[in-house]
Ligand binder design. Structure first.
Ligand code: SF4
Length: 372
């Protein structure tokens, strides 16, 4: 079944580390944008079955619940939504109130993903986040009180000024608030973004490579002992609470992305939407196409993608299944170059199953480069 991704490119403030496609919230542009989005969804729909909708951003929780409801209705009219459709809304803790949460739920949202990033106020300030740790805990409590029983939160490690103990403190706080799902990312400091200058100006330090490896491995072990299972390099969940939408990206699935910069992959064809929000709105209202770089993927590219993304999953890949699907003996093709990673303890193979060890997950780019 299809997954539907809806991009909401607005934020109340721009975090100093952010490399996403977003801009400052502007109510006029937002209204034109939602109207454009509704038209794009209607024009793409052909009644195909879909079982996930994911509002990502940006900060989708800045939308009015009635706008979220209208977008969900547009998806319902354009596609054949499964009765148990998973509808995720990403949000920042400072944007939610009991009334808004209740209205999002009434509109059909049944999964929330909060951008918490840290439970340490100093760390949040250094990242330019607008919420405090206390506000994050409160937001999750409000969501629970409004009946949300599928909540995810994002945390980031390797933050400036963060040591291993502080990071593990955030992980423990996250366990305490009891989400069903967590995504744990390692901060990437891009040289062109303000965080890099802030780090240089204020002399903030980051843990060593060994330190960040310790952060990752100890956090995952801690989460496992608290009853979470790691199902992907950066994601853990309570039993059965994987992100059904994101799994489509990692298991060779089909999805359509709506909104600026969104990517789509459907039946071997891939495209993206123009990146600028203003350009997107103007094109849609002028009846011009917004999809660019549309191309059919070769068998070779599809196999490379399936290996690259499939190995992100804890269960790894089934060599026989992929060999049959793509008509290529995968081990014959890549085995010689993968063998050193098996010897180094980054990969494990049992019969036809191949998967990354935890150490391998940390060095995944090195292993995956075999397929690129
Ligand atoms: S809230 Fe998220 S998308 Fe918005 S600026 Fe911060 S990191 Fe970027």
């Amino acid at each position: 079944m299809l997954g539907l991704y809806v991009h909401i490119p607005f934020c109340s403030a721009i975090c100093n580390y952010c490399n996403f496609n977003r801009g400052l919230f502007d109510v006029g542009l937002k209204e034109q944008y939602v109207a454009a989005l509704l038209r794009e969804i209607a024009s793409q729909g052909d009644g195909s079955p879909a079982d996930t909708i994911y509002f990502g951003g940006g900060t989708p929780s800045l939308l009015e619940p009635v706008e979220v409801g209208a977008i969900i209705s547009a998806c319902r009219r354009a596609f054949s939504l499964a009765p148990e459709v998973e509808i995720t809304l990403e949000g920042n803790p400072e944007t939610v109130t009991p009334e808004r949460l209740a209205a999002f739920r009434a509109a059909g949202v049944n999964r929330l993903s909060f951008g918490v990033q840290s439970f340490r106020d100093g760390e949040l300030k250094r990242l330019g986040r607008l919420h405090s740790a206390e506000r994050a805990v409160e937001a999750i409590g409000l969501a629970r009180a409004e009946g949300f029983d599928n909540i995810s939160l994002d945390l980031m490690m390797w933050l400036p000024g963060q040591d291993v103990a502080q990071w593990l403190g955030s992980v423990e706080d996250a366990i305490r608030v009891g989400p069903e799902h967590m995504s744990l990312y390692i901060l990437e400091v891009y040289p062109h973004l303000p965080l890099k200058q802030d780090i240089d100006r204020f002399g903030w330090s980051q843990e060593s490579d060994e330190g960040v490896a310790d952060m990752y491995e100890t956090a995952m072990a801690k989460l496992e002992s608290a009853g979470f299972e790691q199902y992907e390099i950066s994601n853990v969940c309570r039993s059965g609470r994987q992100s059904r939408h994101n799994i489509k990206y990692w298991t060779d699935g089909n999805w359509l992305g709506f909104g600026p910069g969104a990517h789509s992959t459907w039946q071997g064809t891939r495209w993206r939407t123009v990146a600028s929000t203003e350009d997107y709105v103007q094109r849609i209202h002028a009846g011009l196409p917004v999809a660019v770089d549309r191309r059919h993927l070769s068998n070779e590219e599809r196999l490379g993608d399936a290996l690259f993304t499939g190995l992100r999953m804890r269960d790894g890949i089934d060599l026989e299944v992929l060999s049959t699907r793509y008509g290529v003996d995968v081990w014959h093709r890549f085995g010689v170059r993968l063998a050193p990673h098996l010897d180094a303890g980054l990969l494990l193979r049992q019969d036809e199953r191949l998967w990354l060890t935890r150490k391998g997950m940390l060095l995944a780019n090195e292993v995956m480069s075999v397929f690129v």
